[in-house]
Design a protein around this ligand. Structure first.
Ligand SMILES: Nc1ncnc2c1ncn2[C@@H]1O[C@H](COP(=O)(O)OP(=O)(O)O)[C@@H](O)[C@H]1O
Ligand SMILES: [Mg+2]
Ligand SMILES: [Zn+2]
Length: 507
């Protein structure tokens, strides 16, 4: 077991900045001198502790810590390397440098935390790390066996599950590695059904349109009329995700530590429901080290449900605006800007005023006018503008509540939603919703009379140009729901009506 003096033992790992992977090279070499460890290129405390963990882990696994000076460099130096994912590359580099595994191990790719007992532990973000390694041309990647099924979802790379450093040693000596089965694909059970909602025909229609086109929705009305019920049932109308989209969702959740590493890959679009006391950091993301993705990126390819929207302070709500427009969030750090994907559909519910009864024909509002004004002011014009569908919801009669279902079930409505999504995908490409289509593209399938009608309607209302495009998108979805290839005046008129019916809008 001769020490490899002069050998540069190079092992590769992957660092994440946001979801963006970067190749990290760990180089270990022995030099004559006192038995010390010199780690270079490590700004983060957790990685500095890696030396101690790896040393103890190796010794407990029956390996020998060198009695000479060991120099380890993590390159590139300017890349923030946080967390414990470089323990395993470090351990392997030391094993190579000290001649305890063959030189053929040079160039190995690995990711994992090393426990003091030599076990290999899961790290956040293994899915995007594995995808990154594949992108860098890694043929195989050593990963913690507890999380191997998540990594094995990535194709075209051999995922080698390892339980501890002893197993790593055996594989590097040529033992046949275990095979990681990819995580199963989850088939969801049914959620709450739309048929449980009585009455609310206008709101049900809006929920269907929102699901079909991915439009942002605002439900406004007094407490207890079924807003929260409706919002939850929108989720059940959404089609399952394609596997690549589901992988993006899993990557964000993996990074956020919101995903059990052996969990099946879920094709269900995520639904996040932050409490109204959420902070803007909670929505966007933050924290030290690798910033934790907030509710917006966690809702990527799914729904962000903001119940009691106007209980949330305005400066927090304003944090929603740019991400909704851009489809991503940007977290600015001292050293780096981190971007997470956040293609999100916002579904919001609110009372029209603090007491909730404003505009209710059967109850009277007890709020002072200035209190109502302050309440509504939280919903800034630009955010309100982005809520394509705004609907008033009123309580239904008691008889109706206890009567038989008077509306379609989730299965029936979801079928129409799927049809519209299918038409949209054929027209614009897979996964493209009318919410995302550039206005110039949209206009090509709109009848001239419809464009003129929309322009004059919106001019009377003093709506913005953004409002025009958003109305067109909703009108496109309405035409698709009706099976019409061309957007006509009737679709535009219905779309305009959804921007105006909410009393919140009336200010
Ligand atoms: N339209 C409705 N159809 C069926 N049940 C309803 C309806 N509206 C309210 N309910 C009942 O009242 C409860 C409260 O509804 P919820 O959706 O929380 O109201 P909101 O969010 O508007 O305050 C529901 O759980 C349901 O039992
Ligand atoms: Mg509610
Ligand atoms: Zn009131």
């Amino acid at each position: 077991m001769g020490a490899n003096h002069g050998v540069l033992a190079t092992v590769h790992g992957v660092a994440l900045v946001g979801l963006e992977p970067y190749r990290v090279t760990v180089e270990a070499s022995l030099a004559s001198g006192l038995p010390t460890l010199r780690l270079v290129g490590l700004p983060d405390a957790a990685v500095r502790e890696a030396g101690d963990r790896v040393k103890t882990g190796l010794q407990r696994s029956g390996f020998v810590w060198p009695g000479e000076r060991l120099v380890v460099n993590l390159a590139p130096a300017d890349l923030p390397k946080v967390g414990t994912a470089f323990d395993l590359p470090l351990a392997i580099a030391v094993l190579i440098a000290t001649g305890q595994v063959p030189r053929s191990a040079i160039g190995t790719w690995a990711c994992g935390e090393v426990g003091l007992d030599g076990s290999i532990r899961a790290v956040p973000g293994l899915l995007p790390i594995t995808a990154g390694a594949r992108g860098f041309g890694a043929g195989r990647l050593f990963v913690p066996d507890v999380a191997a099924r998540e990594a094995a979802l990535v194709s075209d790379i051999e995922v080698v599950p390892v339980h501890d450093l002893a197993e790593v040693g055996r594989v590097l000596h040529g033992a046949r590695p275990r095979v990681a089965e990819p995580a199963a694909i989850a088939t969801p059970g049914p959620g709450p059904d739309l048929a449980e909602v009585r009455g609310q025909h206008l709101a049900r229609r809006a929920v269907e349109i929102a699901a079909a086109g991915g439009h942002h929705l605002l439900l406004s009305g007094p407490p207890g009329c079924g807003k929260t019920m409706l919002a939850h049932r929108l989720h059940g109308l959404l089609p399952m995700l394609e596997v690549p989209a589901a992988m993006e969702v899993a990557a964000v959740h993996s990074l956020a530590g919101e995903r059990a590493p052996d969990a099946p890959l879920s094709l269900v679009p995520p639904m996040r429901e932050p409490h109204h006391t959420v902070s803007s950091a909670g929505l966007i993301g933050g924290g030290s080290g690798v910033p934790r993705p907030g509710e917006l990126p966690l809702a990527h390819h799914g729904l962000l449900l903001m119940d009691e929207l106007l209980e949330t302070p305005r400066f927090v709500l304003d944090a929603l605006r740019q991400p909704l427009e851009r489809g991503s969030v940007i977290i600015t750090r001292a050293r780096a800007r981190v971007t997470y994907p956040a293609r999100v559909q916002l579904v919001a519910a609110t009372n029209p005023c603090p007491c909730g009864e404003l505009g209710n024909p059967t109850r009277s509002c007890s709020c002072r006018p200035d209190a109502i004004e302050r309440y509504r002011a939280r919903l800034s014009g630009p955010l309100l503008d982005r809520l394509d569908l705004q609907v008033e919801v009123w309580p239904v009669e008691r008889d109706q509540l206890v009567g038989p279902p008077d509306g379609e079930s989730t299965v029936v409505v979801a079928r129409r939603v799927a049809e519209v999504r299918h038409r949209a995908a054929e027209r614009w490409g897979s996964g493209v919703l009318s919410r995302d289509v550039p206005a110039a593209t949209l206009r090509r399938s709109v009848r001239g009379a419809a464009l003129r009608a929309l322009a004059s309607d919106l001019e009377q209302l003093g709506a913005s140009a953004r409002g025009f495009d958003r109305c067109l998108r909703v009108a496109r979805t309405l035409a698709d729901l009706a099976g019409d290839d061309v957007v006509d005046v009737e679709h535009v008129q219905e779309a305009v009506a959804y921007r105006l019916s909410s009393p919140v809008m009336a200010t």
